[in-house]
Design a protein around this ligand. Sequence first.
Ligand SMILES: Nc1nc2c(ncn2[C@@H]2O[C@H](COP(=O)(O)OP(=O)(O)OP(=O)(O)O)[C@@H](O)[C@H]2O)c(=O)[nH]1
Ligand SMILES: [Mg+2]
Length: 308
Amino acid sequence: METSRPHRTLSVVVPTFREAANIPALAERLDEALGENGIEWELLLVDDDSNDGSEAIAQELAQRLPVRMAMRREASRDLSLSVLQGIRLARFDRLVVMDADLSHPPERIIDLLRALEEDGCDLALGSRYATGGTLDRAWSPWRFLTSRLPTVLAQPLTHCADPMSGFFATDRRRLPDLEQLRPIGYKIALEFMVRGGLQVKEVPIGFSERATGTSKMNARQWINTVRHLHRLYRHRFGGWARLLWFAAVGTSGFLVDVLFYLGLQWAGVNHQVARALAGIGRSIAASPSGNTRAARPPGSGPNLSPSA
Ligand SMILES: Nc1nc2c(ncn2[C@@H]2O[C@H](COP(=O)(O)OP(=O)(O)OP(=O)(O)O)[C@@H](O)[C@H]2O)c(=O)[nH]1
Ligand SMILES: [Mg+2]
């Protein structure tokens, strides 16, 4: 256990959306984990207008613990933009970002801070997949795929075992200019690591299944992760990323064609007609709007323009 040092400060930034049931336990566990290590801390919840009683709970907690809530009232909710807002509003430079659902153990924050201080890295990443890290759940094949595939796709961008982790410690002064960042979706640590060229140290953690509330990760967020990866590929690799993108679009056209064809065959349509109809189906999929998307993939333009 680390000995307490005077004037160690920490802002814990937590994006929240409908996490009323988890906020009290999170605040209590932070108090135990950080208070006993002599850290002056705050919990800054950045809420996307959950409207589930979270605000009242935060106010009640603020009577006895250093808890505050910043409310976003934007047209669309956004985890990464919430984190960026929290980093701007944080009271201290030293930061931890984590989820509210207690998947990230507050007790491991001390180890993240130790990695920051003693190993001199820019970002200490709580890692499920580093040696010693664990997951406590039996994932379905689909859940496994949606979690592991982006991790594999991110390997050319970073050398981390768990680049999709949302649990990390850093110092605000070591981060790239927040105004220049363009994250989409949930993977803000990856954005920092790739655009900021940060030196990262992974700290193994035991990742727990969320105990209460529902996951906000859905198909849309998964697609956002893929779009985000594409932007970062372009940032890192420029033209080759475009080539890969076109190859992926081409392959998807091919798959549409084949699936169309097999579906028609299965329905009893003969080979010639099925081939012709599949060709028409692919042409529709590659209609002017589809072509625009292929010729100008999302994220094209200068690296740090709003679309990159
Ligand atoms: N402010 C804000 N917070 C969000 C939003 N979506 C998710 N969150 C929070 O971000 C954290 C991660 O969301 P989760 O739903 O746990 O997503 P996940 O951890 O990828 O998925 P699970 O492993 O299924 O829990 C939680 O604290 C959520 O409340 C959002 O749109 N806005
Ligand atoms: Mg979660």
